[in-house]
Design a protein around this ligand. Structure first.
Ligand code: NOJ
Ligand code: CA
Length: 705
């Protein structure tokens, strides 16, 4: 049901002083209150209380504009509109079958004093779990085409809070997280990560969003953005003595931030608040701030699990390239054919994966290294590397798509752009048309490397526009998208549900060839990166230690095998990879059963326990059955917990299969130790779980007829 009450107050300039210049809007549940006032300088100031205590102290709103005065103060209030909104909508896929969108809105229209006044509107929506605000530039005589030099939104925090953060960087978000007080940012940000290929860290007290915050009074606050469209991504710069954060936008190649043309709006700035950490990760506010679905056809959009030719290259068992730097037909000086590297994406190998997917009910097979160009793609800042349409001679692109479809499986086509986005845009129509012609409805794109146009950043307005252009273009060809190395998601999958998932954080791959992701990593991601949308984390690694492949290797996945199962539930994505090699699953078919059964689309999700950096326990009900699935994970500490099963339906008995860490399991010393038991439970039952260091547990619940 939709209720929209509109109250409009028109303030005549002459009588302004007579009107109250401050406004308060309470959330529907009254827990959050937003206050706004015009200060003595004529600047609009906002602050936010949670349960009657300040959470954001008076904070500024405004802009620096190129070649113009700042759009910041000297305002009078022209008009105030307020309304309430309440609807329930149905996402194409997701963590819940329906989503409630309930908020109170206030829009303040500001007009500059003086002879050539500009008009700026600030719109606030106050939800039960947070606040979103954005700027709108109406059509007007004195502001048409303009360039944002800086956004001056501030978030004035109430103290030196604990935060979970990564350093500001306009090119990458593949960092591990720091946990510290705000005052320690600059000191800790100096730690650099050599494993990230294209990092452009910003010097100083800069952090990325989503930023997770916890106050001394145990209030959790998350700052991010929603509906990032035609605008650069926002980082935050902290004042280390006042704890005030100011928005910092990614710049373009010539130092500008955003090219605007009125009428236009910025993305929403989001502040999610609760004294219960579970509410933060369950929040739908970022999604609600995005526009409803704009796609007319969503029939091809199918949440699925997938496997693929991927890990073997990350392990060095095979290669993306066909011939190790040589073209296939190259002969050496001795006249003999040069030895080919062991190319992963061969027709024969791909058939093996298709058969594996078909046997286990997976919807997709990803193949990387199928197309020409991989011989010399990495780190060269070259314009023309790939054409996205020419398969290597040992890969039957068309035949494999047909073979997969005959087995009920879809091929996930891979496009690595190597950062040369100009080139990708030249090929994009031909490439997507080719996919459509063979019935490949899923694309994994990648943006490894420095961006071309040279000087642009992954997070700048130009690239933000590219990523969305690609998603919209894909929709024209009935293609779902998962993007790696993109700008961090901001809930756009509500509007474009063919945008299934993204990387935009440090994925599992780092565990294969770097110092990896610490055991706490997956307990932080839902509070940070996943706030904006699903992540293609690539869980399900059973062969934990890389020494299994090469005795000299020290790298390892920083979790137990049981935790790898739990990740399918704790890290929501409508596309989940079964990332390990088929032969590793064959060795543990009892544990693999959970990956086979776990759904990727849900009716209902309940977060039972959560603390950023420590643990998460969630249960979800399958969208298409009465089955429930539980995932519980911990950080480097072991953990004992007791789960009440009161989420189950009354008058039903369930068979529960519990997959948990073995008694002697430990992510470092004994990660593959696990135990599986089958028990009968009802909603009155409780289950005790012991999670090992770096461990986890996964449970399936099926009603017994
Ligand atoms: C980085 C991506 O994250 C990874 O999944 C992919 O295999 C490589 N780039 C190659 O494109
Ligand atoms: Ca990556």
């Amino acid at each position: 049901m939709k209720i929209k009450k509109v109250l409009t107050i028109i303030l005549l300039a002459s009588s302004c002083a007579a009107f109250a210049q401050s406004f308060t809007v309470n959330s529907p549940n009254k827990k959050i209150s937003l206050s706004l006032h015009l200060n003595a300088a004529g600047a609009l100031v906002y602050h936010v209380n949670y349960k009657n205590k300040p959470i954001i102290e008076p904070s500024n709103l405004g802009f620096k504009i190129n070649d113009q005065a700042d759009l910041l103060n000297n305002f009078s209030i022209l008009q105030v509109d307020s309304s309430t909104f309440n609807e329930t909508w149905t996402p194409v896929w997701g963590e819940t079958k329906t989503i409630v969108n309930n908020y109170k809105e206030i829009a303040i229209t500001l007009k500059e004093k003086g002879d050539k006044p500009r008009i700026l509107q600030v719109v606030f929506k106050v939800f039960n779990d947070g606040v979103g605000f954005r700027y709108h530039f109406p059509e007007q005589p004195n502001l048409f085409h303009f360039v944002v030099a800086d956004e001056l939104s501030t978030f004035n925090l109430t103290g030196d809070h604990k935060i979970w953060w990564m350093p500001g960087d306009f090119d990458t978000n593949e960092y591990t997280y720091n946990t510290s007080q705000i005052s320690e940012i600059e000191k800790l940000a100096k730690k650099r990560d050599g494993a990230i290929f294209t990092a452009t860290p910003i010097k100083g007290a800069f952090v990325q969003t989503p930023l997770m915050i916890k106050t001394k009074d145990n209030v959790y606050v998350n700052i991010h953005e929603a509906a990032l469209i035609n605008y650069p991504a926002m980082d935050l710069k902290f004042n280390l003595s006042t704890f005030e954060a100011t928005s910092t936008l990614a710049n373009d190649a010539v130092g500008n931030k955003a090219y605007m043309r009125a009428p236009c709006s910025t993305p929403w700035r989001t502040i999610i608040v609760s004294d219960d950490a579970r509410d933060i990760i369950a929040s739908k506010t970022i999604l609600n701030l995005n526009e409803p679905c704009k796609l007319t056809n969503t029939n091809y959009i199918k949440p699925m699990k997938y496997c693929g030719i991927w890990l073997e290259m990350h392990l060095g068992l095979s290669t993306w390239d066909f011939a190790g730097g040589q073209s296939a037909s190259d002969a050496g000086s001795d006249g003999k054919q040069k030895t080919k590297t062991k190319h992963g994406a061969t027709t024969e190998n791909t058939k093996k994966y298709i058969d594996f997917a078909a046997k286990n009910g997976f919807g997709g097979v990803l193949v990387e290294g199928w197309n020409e160009g991989w011989e010399d793609w990495f780190g060269k800042w070259k314009e023309d590397v790939f054409d996205f349409v020419t398969p290597y001679p040992d890969y039957d692109f068309k035949g494999l798509n047909a073979y997969a479809q005959s087995k009920g499986v879809g091929m996930i086509t891979h496009h690595e752009t190597s950062g040369s986005v100009t080139n990708y845009e030249r090929w994009i129509d031909s490439a997507y048309r080719l996919m459509a012609s063979v019935g490949s409805h899923a694309l994994k794109s990648g943006y490894v490397g420095k961006i071309i146009p040279r000087g642009e950043f992954h997070d700048g307005q130009w690239m933000v526009n590219h990523y969305l252009r690609a998603i919209k273009k894909a929709a024209q060809y009935d293609i779902m998208v998962v993007a790696h190395e993109p700008v961090r998601p901001t809930g756009l999958h509500r509007t474009y549900p063919n945008f299934m998932a993204a990387e935009a954080a440090r994925g599992q791959e780092f565990n294969f060839w770097s110092e990896g992701n610490p055991p706490e990593h997956e307990t932080i991601l839902p509070f940070t990166r996943l706030m904006g949308g699903p992540m293609d984390y690539t869980p399900g690694i059973f062969e934990i230690k890389m020494s299994a492949y090469d005795i000299t290797k020290k790298e390892q996945v920083h979790s137990t095998l049981a935790k790898q199962l739990a990740l399918y539930v704790t890290m929501y994505s409508p596309l989940q990879m079964a990332a390990d090699l088929p032969e590793n699953y064959e060795k543990h078919l009892d544990a693999f059963q959970f990956i086979k059964e776990v759904p990727v689309d849900w009716q209902e999700s309940k977060y039972l326990e959560a603390e950023p950096g420590d643990f998460i326990t969630v249960v979800r009900k399958d969208k298409n059955s009465e089955n429930w699935f539980l995932g519980a994970i911990t950080d480097e500490n072991n953990r004992d917990t007791e789960i009440k099963l009161d989420f189950l339906s009354p008058n039903k008995k369930y068979q529960a299969i519990v997959y948990q860490d073995g008694k002697d399991a430990d992510w470092q010393n004994n990660p593959k130790s696990y135990a599986i038991k089958t028990i009968q439970v009802t909603l009155k039952s409780k289950i005790k779980l012991h999670l090992a260091k770096g461990g986890g547990a996964a449970i399936s619940f099926k009603p017994i007829n």
